[in-house]
Design a protein around this ligand. Structure first.
Ligand code: ATP
Ligand code: MG
Length: 389
């Protein structure tokens, strides 16, 4: 008999009446995630989700690793199965948790039984197994209040299961339980992290990338697709919307005062992102902006950028330090790709002296030589939808 995986749900427990639909969403996401590793049955009982292999071919170890990246899971553990007999359970605990029992200074046994026909009560079973384990591992002492190791036993319908303390899951809420948002994804360090953070809050993200060929290269685009691919581990399947941005940037260069180049460019990004969001029923725009990091990330600059749309702009990195962002990027596995040396459209036609504290009216005036609507329409018409590998 194969191991089973036990999953504890995170915040969704708090969600009252919505709880059932949150659980369903989480289980659907889990099923999708582990489908490549074989046939599993996934079901929920009393705020615990059980993942059971349906046959010997299913790869439980790989499924367990994959589930560590599913949002909505607070902890998870693998448990070993045996027949429902106190001595079989004891033998399994001795073998399965041998290393933990050798290492820990103190332990206790905690039992649960959903099969009420099992001849011992939970307490009797814990006492029996605890006694046997004490004899087998004389160096570890029984400690009921704050033991280093807890041996968990569950007697269920099909079998009995033994496991040790669970490991931490990805936390957050199941992707799709909190609506959709368009996430602006550059090839930098920040925006993959902001995309991850919003997905963690249960949002299905639609990545959008502005591409200024030939000022930015094919390789720069590939880098963004690679970043999106890494994020799929957490965000589920993604399709990147690649927006042709060259013409807009050239128009800005030719017709607007240099000190406003970046601000005007960012206003175009917002308008286009909002239109894409509307097409998908998405309700917000996500960026990797961080207060004071660059000239376009002062409060005045962000006010001018955001004034062209009415949707909320979510900026999950706004108050973080660069080191904190980098630490997260490393954890997600996006950092090494982000630092590859390809240019971004933000570094094309960069003003020598950008306005850092602009008034929105000034920016509007600087932009007035452009046919904004026509440029937005043209860019939208040229969008390429990039499926990932
Ligand atoms: P990042 O590391 O994410 O590129 P950054 O610190 O370099 O961020 P900016 O270049 O000013 O900052 O960009 C701010 C935000 O605007 C980015 O985090 C991203 O959300 C969005 N953005 C910038 N360039 C692009 C682009 N080419 N395509 C899509 N979004 C972009
Ligand atoms: Mg950037």
């Amino acid at each position: 008999m194969q191991d089973i995986i036990l999953v504890k749900l995170g915040e969704i427990i708090l969600k009252g009446l919505n709880r059932r639909s949150f659980e369903q969403k989480l289980m659907a996401n889990m099923r999708k995630k582990i489908a490549p590793y074989g046939n599993f049955s996934v079901y929920c009982l009393q705020s615990t989700v059980y993942v059971e292999a349906k046959d010997e071919e299913a790869d439980v170890g790989a499924a367990f690793e994959a589930l560590k990246k599913v949002f909505g899971i607070i902890t998870l553990t693998r448990a070993a199965a045996c027949e429902k007999d106190k001595d079989a359970i004891t033998a399994l605990a001795r073998e399965y948790l041998k290393e933990d029992l050798k290492k820990a200074a103190s332990f206790k046994v905690e039992s649960k039984r959903s099969d009420k026909s099992f001849p011992l009560t939970s307490i009797e079973l814990s006492q029996y197994v605890g006694g046997e384990l004490s004899e087998a591992f004389p160096d570890i002492k029984v400690e009921m209040h704050d033991p280093e190791l807890t041996v968990f036993i569950e007697v269920r319908d099909k079998a009995a299961y033994v496991h040790s303390s669970p490991v931490k899951g990805a936390g957050g809420m199941p992707v799709g339980s909190n609506g959709k948002a368009v996430s602006l994804l550059s090839g930098g360090i920040d925006s993959p992290v902001s995309t991850y953070m919003i997905a963690k809050r249960g949002v299905k993200v639609i990545p959008v990338h502005f591409f200024s060929f030939p000022y930015t290269s094919e390789a720069a685009k590939e880098k963004v697709l690679e970043l999106a691919h890494i994020l799929e581990d957490y965000c589920g399947k993604l399709t990147v919307e690649i927006v042709p941005f060259t013409r807009i940037q050239e128009e800005i260069r030719d017709k607007c005062p240099e000190e406003y180049f970046t601000l005007i460019m960012r206003r175009f990004m917002m308008r286009i992102a909002e239109r894409i969001a509307n097409d998908y029923g998405a309700k917000a725009i996500v960026t990797g902006e961080n207060l004071g990091q660059v000239a376009s990330q002062t409060m005045e600059a962000m006010a001018s950028t955001q004034s062209v749309i009415s949707m909320p702009v979510l900026q999950p990195l706004i108050g973080m330090d660069k080191e904190e962002i980098i630490a997260l990027a490393r954890k997600l596995g996006t950092f090494d790709t982000s630092v590859l040396p390809y240019e971004d459209c933000c570094t094309v036609f960069t003003p020598r002296h950008p306005r850092t504290h602009p008034k929105t009216e000034e920016v509007e005036k600087a932009e007035s030589a452009l046919d904004v609507e026509a440029l937005v329409e043209e860019a939208l018409a040229g969008i390429e939808k990039a499926e990932l590998f």
